[in-house]
Design a protein around this ligand. Structure first.
Ligand SMILES: Cc1ncc(COP(=O)(O)O)c(C=O)c1O
Length: 418
């Protein structure tokens, strides 16, 4: 593995080996993570990195772009077919820049955006005061109903009529339920707003056609290509044909610089892979395992926010177990299970402590975990939550986690042999 780096820079090489072992030996349950297929690894580390390209096929600023043109055009064809979209732009570097390129395309400074509250599942780039977008645009937020813990569409509609946003954003980082895109699109239409869906977390489930797609309902759909899509660290934006020109202009030269051809090539491989029965089966396992974990955690005294999940993640209220998100995250980390602390809706605890954790099921489904492994994980979680500082319990749980993971290699044996 990395035979040249191993020779020239043992220090960084050793860190890579350490990280590989960490990933191999841990049960990774961060909801925004997945394991990149080997082809994605190959392509992102390929000679495509060397090519500087600006503009679009047939209209590049650099010579020597003919092959890149073929690649980008192949990507358009595959992405549009996979997602049933009218237009796609594949130049975003990530989910964040995908969002920025839509803002750059359609908004003027001072315009109003209505998005989901960050502390109830929304994302930084949708309008947090910590993000630069809040310096340029005005933001208003909608949230979830305190009873159902699901999006309060009546409140959303009332707010939209009140503040008359230029853009309404659906999509979240920590929302375990399906979103009613149809209703939101009608609200946007009624108030004369653009409707954008950020499907960063759920793009793989959408591609596999296992949950509803936002593409028919939204003017713009943005996404990361990591998370459930299981591809390179990159992004993509879909839109209706009528917005194709403004999106492309807003993306380049409006917002981004030269193309990352190496991640574009990897995404294009993934558009083919995501249409395969193998990918669909993995995504189905993600959904099945999420249901299993939800039921098993309820049986063990945890409380999944909103009562369960429809997608790849669970947001779990830990208060019935008398442990904070921070303490639970740290205790699980110490035994080899990686999750992240997360605020739950109306959380009395700070974002640094939190009353909840977010648990994702993608990486473990890719490794092949099924019902038995997920129930064993729920058992471990319960034991850890009940005795987070008991060294004997933690040692026993660590052994159990190791035993589970050892049967499911992260990558096939020999994948990284030189
Ligand atoms: C809803 C949502 N949008 C955008 C992003 C940003 O994606 P990226 O990390 O690819 O920039 C995230 C990341 O977690 C996200 O959850």
């Amino acid at each position: 593995m990395l035979k040249y780096t191993r020779q020239s820079d043992p220090e960084i090489y050793e860190l890579l080996v350490e990280e590989l072992h960490r990933q191999e030996n841990n049960i990774e349950m961060i909801a925004s993570e997945s394991t990149a297929p080997l082809e994605v690894m190959e392509l992102t580390g390929s000679v495509f990195t060397n090519k500087t390209l600006e503009g679009y096929p047939g209209k590049r600023f650099q010579a020597g772009s003919e092959i890149a043109d073929k690649i980008e055009e192949l990507g358009w064809q595959r992405a549009k077919e996979l997602f049933g979209a009218e237009h796609v732009n594949l130049q975003a570097y990530s989910g964040s820049t995908a969002n920025y390129s839509v803002f750059a395309s359609i908004l003027e400074p001072g315009d109003e955006i209505l998005a989901m509250r960050l502390d109830q599942g929304g994302h930084l780039t949708h309008g947090s005061s910590a993000n630069w977008v809040s310096k340029i645009y005005h933001h208003d937020f909608y949230g979830v109903n305190p009873e159902t813990e699901q999006i309060d569409y009546d409140e959303l509609e009332k707010k939209a009529k009140e503040v008359k946003p230029k853009l309404i954003i659906a999509g979240a980082s920590a929302y375990p339920r399906l979103i009613d895109y149809e209703r939101m699109s009608h609200i946007a239409e009624e108030v004369g707003a653009y409707f954008m869906v950020d499907m960063a977390h759920i793009a793989g489930l959408v591609a596999a056609k296992l949950i509803p797609s936002p593409i028919p309902w939204a003017d713009f759909v943005t996404s990361s290509t990591t998370k459930t899509f299981c591809s390179a660290r990159s992004g993509m934006v879909f839109c209706k044909e009528k917005y194709a020109k403004i999106l492309d202009r807003g993306t380049f030269p409006g917002c981004l610089g030269s193309i990352h051809l190496q991640t574009m090539a990897a995404k294009i491989w993934s558009f083919k892979y995501a249409a395969s029965p193998e990918f669909r089966a993995i995504m189905q396992r993600v959904l099945d395992n999420a249901q299993t974990l939800s039921a098993a955690l309820i049986e063990r005294g945890f409380r999944p926010v909103s009562g369960g999940t429809d997608n790849h993640l669970l947001l779990v209220d830990l208060r019935p177990k008398n442990i904070t998100g921070k303490a639970f995250q740290n205790a699980l980390d110490s035994i080899g299970i990686t999750v992240n602390k997360n605020q739950i809706p109306f959380d009395p605890a700070s974002p640094f402590v939190t009353s909840g954790v977010r648990i994702g099921l993608t990486s473990t489904a890719q490794r092949g975990f099924g019902k038995d492994e997920i129930i064993r994980i729920a058992d471990i979680m319960s034991k850890v939550a009940d005795a987070p500082e008991d060294a004997a319990v933690l040692a026993e749980c660590k052994k159990e986690a190791q035993d589970i993971v050892s049967g499911f290699p992260l990558y096939p044996a020999g994948a990284f042999d030189d």
